[in-house]
Write a new protein. Structure first.
Length: 779
């Protein structure tokens, strides 16, 4: 199809003019080959941009691998069909084209990844962070396993604050005992989209985004139906049980999905004989999705989540949880013919988490023998110090989007508001009552944002996307807190009320060189404000650095981080082969990091405290590559490699509240690696699977090869970590409506730890060999 500029609609001519200014008019000449270029300033788009040939490509890929499954109509609720999940139990290295049309439009950025909930069954995952860690379709992701059921997710070397988890807006109540995604069982979502750059604006200010789509209420064209699913899994290492009972039903114009999950576990054994870590837990959750079609064009969807966790032990951290309770609510209204637009979507959400914990368990004091000495004793001659903690946090807000279909694409405008509220008390009861609390005082943040996105198809080969976001953010904190002897503004030597004006814009692109080959690229800039913890923490024991036992001092006068990122990559797809290679480079001005210091009363050199500080410039760069080859109808080979390097280029300036003239009291180091960066990681595997369409059995053997990490932040007392190789064997067998799973994790019983695991006390190590079995029946 030739591209006649004179006949283009006004919106498209405006976009072409913008392209001319940015990349030169030569790119706009009528193409001689099939091309796609994306220009981005992201906005939410509930419909996929036009992309000719994708459906055919998806249908042709990976015969014998379960690729190219039947696609749902745009915005239609998923049928939750039992059979469809079989094809995705072990996933593929590239699953973007398997997303429903309504979700595919959110995954157009360079190197975006899609992960489906079916892998939660095939890989025996717990929360969503665990699913992302184990899935072979999530690249550039690392996690810190706080407990067997709680993981902290890192995307391309960045963590909470820089990485946003959305659907509803999820934020941790406490950075160490709570995470963005531990509240969500990985079986309660349809899919997860990873956006690994500043290429999205609908989620709020951030640099990486994890978009989680809850299970939705189904519809049944043939009248009322009722279905159920019962599952149970057992892992021998730690005697870990996980059970779930789900039921769903409905009719043509309404539906519901209800699920209850229960998990328990004891201490697991590491790869060293009789070396157990205190990791017991109890967890229960209730989830419900209820939907109704108000008219032929209007739908209303309601989601409810209740999570109760009790007696959760955290090896390497100061506190364990006595209980944690989360209540989450979300309502989504969709109108496909609102009159003032072609599509209108409104979301409202409210999430609240409360918890209490302490240091009194025997396992805690065995694993960290110095803890009772570190905390305030009842008598100077005794070592009986202990601490208690409690917290309360909530997230609420709305998002309104209006989409207008143009002659060759769509234009979306939207606004949102994100309200955060957080309070934390860290109390040492043996200390004087007027000076025994090390809190995050009750703090608030209100973010009002505007965003816009334009997606246009220049011709049958070239697609352009552009979008931007603007935020006004207002934060404040309580002045006086029980157990703190003076006002918080006096301690911080700063005003508690702060405000920020932030902006974001991006440009992405896709160019199809020839059938099967595609090149993509992107550039974007974004800002993100400091978190409430980074601004208002007053010496709370929050595990954040590798050393584990570190209390944090915030700074209300921190500057927002400013990122500029470039991405470039290529991918290839045909019937038997999938391949991709993506590289990126980020410059971050005013990157928020740590400044260690010696608190008063401690032994010289025993640095327990860290202040938050802006460093002038940090860089994060790396690459991800993956490949998959269907050697025959029943044998598939695959491999994934990820690498990230972060560096602090100006680490000489100390924190504002530091007494040193140089950061961490070190005069000699002007630059060093950023802390908490995982090393080079490779995963290689072979999948044997039933070649018939029913896919009745499958066996996967995977080797996870992790390099040693010698790029460490030495001034933050980070130490090197040796490399390791872990083997995992997973199988499944389908018999009618029954699905049986089994496997062996850490097949060689390797004794190892990750680079970002805590070093407190005897250290935190990963589980040794563990056998698991599972059974699931649908009816």
């Amino acid at each position: 199809m030739e591209c006649d500029r004179a006949s283009l609609c006004p919106e498209l001519r405006l976009t072409l003019a913008l392209l001319t200014l940015l990349v030169g008019s030569r790119l706009l000449s009528p193409p001689t080959c099939c091309a796609q270029i994306g220009l981005g300033i992201q906005l939410q788009t509930p419909v996929a941009p036009i992309n000719p040939g994708m459906e055919d490509a998806a249908a042709d890929r990976g015969a014998g691998q379960g690729r190219g499954t039947a696609e749902q109509a745009p915005n239609a609720p998923s049928p939750l069909a039992f059979d469809e999940r079989i094809n995705k139990l072990f996933g593929d290295v590239d699953q973007i084209e398997d997303l429903p049309a309504a979700r595919r439009g959110l995954a157009t950025s360079p190197a975006a990844d899609a992960v489906f909930a079916a892998e939660a069954v095939g890989r025996k995952t717990r929360d969503i962070g665990d699913l992302l860690r184990q899935s072979k379709s999530a690249h550039g992701v690392a996690v810190q396993n706080r407990t067997p059921i709680i993981t902290d997710t890192r995307v391309r070397g960045q963590r909470v604050g820089q990485v946003l988890a959305s659907g509803s807006y999820w934020a941790p109540a406490r950075m160490d005992l709570d995470t963005m995604m531990n509240k969500l069982d990985s079986r309660l979502i349809e899919d997860v989209i990873l956006i690994k750059g500043p290429y999205a604006a609908r989620y709020g200010p951030g640099f990486r985004f994890v978009d989680m789509d809850f299970i939705k209420s189904p519809r049944f064209e043939n009248g009322s139906e009722l279905h159920g699913l019962t599952s149970v899994t057992y892992n021998t290492n730690g005697q870990q049980w996980a059970g779930r009972q789900s039921a769903w039903g409905g009719s043509q114009d309404y539906g519901y999905y209800v699920s209850y999950g229960h998990q328990t576990g004891n201490d697991y054994e590491t790869g060293e004989d009789d070396f157990y870590l205190p990791t017991s837990y109890k967890s229960r959750d209730i989830f419900a999705a209820i939907g109704v079609d108000l008219t032929c064009n209007e739908r209303l969807e309601f989601n409810l989540l209740r999570l109760d966790q009790t007696d959760v032990e955290f090896p390497g951290l100061v506190f364990d949880l006595n209980f944690l309770v989360t209540d989450g609510y979300e309502v989504t209204y969709t109108n496909e013919a609102p009159g003032f637009a072609d599509l209108f979507v409104a979301e409202v959400w409210y999430n609240r988490t409360r918890f209490e914990g302490d240091t009194l368990r025997a396992g805690k004091n065995w694993q960290i023998p110095s803890l009772q000495e570190t905390l305030e004793p009842s008598d100077p001659a005794l070592f009986d110090g202990y601490g208690i903690t409690d917290g309360d946090a909530l997230s609420g807000g709305y998002r309104l989007e209006s989409t207008y279909f143009t002659c060759n694409g769509h234009l979306t405008f939207g606004t949102d508001m994100i309200v955060l509220n957080q309070e934390l008390n860290d109390i040492e009861p043996n200390a004087p009552a007027d000076d025994n609390n090390f809190p995050i005082p009750r703090s608030h943040s209100v973010d009002i944002g505007l965003f816009v996105e334009d997606v246009e198809q220049i011709n049958e080969c070239l697609t352009v996307t552009a979008g931007a976001r603007l935020d006004g953010i207002f934060t404040d904190s309580t002045e006086y807190v029980d157990g703190v002897p003076v006002g918080m503004s006096e301690l911080y030597d700063a005003e508690l009320d702060q405000d920020f004006v932030l902006g974001a814009a991006y440009l992405t692109g896709e160019y199809k060189l020839r059938p099967g080959w595609t090149v993509d690229a992107g550039m974007g800039t974004a800002q993100r404000q400091p978190t409430l913890t980074e601004m208002y923490s007053e010496s709370a024991f929050i595990g954040s650095l590798q050393r584990g036992l570190t209390f944090l001092q915030g700074d209300p006068e921190l500057n927002p981080e400013r990122l500029f990122q470039l991405d470039v990559g290529t991918r290839f797809e045909d019937r038997d082969v999938s391949f991709g290679l993506h590289g990126y480079y980020s410059w971050i001005k005013d990157y928020i990091t740590y400044d260690l210091f010696d608190p008063a009363g401690t032994v010289d050199g025993f640095q327990q405290g860290a202040s938050m500080v802006n460093t002038d410039l940090a860089t994060i760069a790396g690459f991800e590559t993956y490949g998959q080859y269907a050697a025959s109808d029943y044998v598939t080979l695959f491999g994934i490699m990820s690498y990230v390097e972060g560096r602090d280029h100006h680490r000489t300036n100390p924190a504002r509240r530091s007494e040193f003239i140089d950061r961490s009291g070190n005069l000699d180091v002007e630059s060093e690696p950023l802390p908490g960066i995982s090393p080079l990681e490779t995963r290689l595997g072979i999948l044997l699977q039933d070649p018939s369409p029913e896919k009745r059995w499958g066996i996967e053997l995977m080797a996870r090869i992790v390099d040693n990490q010698d790029r460490v932040a030495a001034t933050l007392e980070e130490i090197e970590t040796p490399g390791f190789t872990i083997y995992t064997l997973r199988t499944y067998r389908r018999i009618d409506q029954w699905l049986l799973t089994a496997g062996v994790e850490n097949l060689t019983d390797k004794f190892y730890r990750e680079h970002i695991d805590y070093r407190s006390g005897y250290g935190v190590y990963r589980p040794g060999i563990g056998f698991y079995v599972g059974c699931e029946v649908a009816y």
